[in-house]
Design a protein around this ligand. Structure first.
Ligand SMILES: [Zn+2]
Length: 151
């Protein structure tokens, strides 16, 4: 809600609403990181930790991932990251990106997969963090000791 003091003239009112709207939108943008920013992070991480020339075709935030933090379609080179990661530390988001990028090279979670993902120095810490979040969200109910699902 934007409260407008009663004594405002119409011109002042329009000016005030424009100023407030701009502020609210700027705040929204800060709160919701863009797909562009996410794709830039993925490119930077791929260049650092993945074999040469591994690049996703698209990386996007999605709100329909259910319990998964991230998912990858290797045939299309597309990566989707859960909006639930927004607001978490950047090294956690980066881990999920590295995880999904690694699936562009290796399917499944065998040793060759982890050999790539473990090149990212915060992998163990980020997995622990996500495990903690999943445990909190499950409130200690059934399945709470399962590995968080980074697909
Ligand atoms: Zn995976």
């Amino acid at each position: 809600m934007v409260a407008i003091p009663a004594r405002f003239t119409r011109a002042e009112e329009e000016h005030w609403v424009a100023v407030m709207t701009k502020r609210v939108l700027a705040k929204e943008r800060r709160r919701r990181p863009s797909d562009t920013g996410l794709a830039a992070a993925a490119d930077r991480l791929a260049a650092t930790y993945l074999p040469p020339d591994v690049r996703p075709t698209s990386v996007s935030w999605v709100t329909n991932q259910g319990q998964r933090w991230g998912s990858c379609t290797p045939a299309q080179g597309t990566i989707r990251i859960s909006h639930r990661l927004q607001g978490m530390p950047s090294w956690v988001v980066d881990y999920v990106l590295v995880h999904e990028l690694a699936h562009l090279v290796v399917g499944g979670h065998g040793q060759d997969f982890w050999d790539i993902v473990n090149r990212y120095p915060h992998t163990e810490r980020a997995r622990g963090f996500l495990h903690g979040v999943a445990y909190r969200d499950s409130e200690g109910g059934p399945g709470s000791d399962e590995e968080p699902d980074v697909d």
